[in-house]
Design a protein around this ligand. Sequence first.
Ligand code: PMV
Length: 330
Amino acid sequence: PRLVLASAPAKIILFGEHSVVYGKPAIASAIDLRTYVRAEFNDSGNIKIEAHDIKTPGLIVSFSEDKIYFETDYGKAAEVLSYVRHAIELVLEEADKRTGVSVSITSQIPVGAGLGSSAAVAVATIGAVSKLLDLELSKEEIAKMGHKVELLVQGASSGIDPTVSAIGGFLYYKQGEFEHLPFVELPIVVGYTGSSGSTKELVAMVRRRYEEMPELIEPILESMGKLVDKAKEVIISKLDEEEKFLKLGELMNINHGLLDALGVSTKKLSELVYAARTAGAIGAKLTGAGGGGCMYALAPGKQREVATAIKIAGGTPMITRISKEGLRIE
Ligand code: PMV
């Protein structure tokens, strides 16, 4: 083909962020916000990237191999572009080709919000460019390449984000392997703090603490892993929906406390978490890397009230749905 359009979804980590980097399990799901990537050949022989709607609508960034042009000087956009550049280079290498490729990106996913925007852009880019080059890759292979891109940019990554983004649905993830969990329509509300945390820096910060005080941090990570296995048991159990939600909510609250102990929560995140609980959420926790970004609340029958409480507390509520669909070639 001369032109390919692909899209990939955002995700939320329901349980187990950070501990998943240490080989513990995590549970995550795709949500219905997507990043779209259009890929085509160009005659310059260079890689060209253009991004729209990255964080601020109308921001246009373009760069060719050694020069970066910013219409808006924005660090986050530079980070997004490095995921895209590595993704394209990896596919070219895999296809053993040296050809000019232009990609254009449009995204509905807030950057740095802990919703996996960088994985979604990497997965959609790999999907679009591999198709353009007639490279037949499975979704699993694309997820693995997305993980490689994250490792190149971030240094450390569990690979959960690109896996969920490529495969979609509701997944239990551990050390590069995943298992589909039965699809549960969770009544959730996502709350965005409005600021973003750097996944790379937060992962590095937890690593530093772990190395300085392994006797304290290791048991926290251990508890997180056990909590995720309990959540999985609840999800696959024969309990009725109401009982499942109650148990999952309790586990969410414990998970938030443990993440706070690791140092990745912020005043704003915890304010949104408590506002949601006060408004009737059964459970609420930060999701993703933390340091800003998003929290989510489980609020059966109370989604509107919780969304209002998040707004009053200064956050942006997003009523999103869990999505079954991963990478899609449009
Ligand atoms: O910031 P996010 O949503 O991409 O979350 C990253 C999740 C971490 O567990 C903190 C890192 C990882 O690689 O799994």
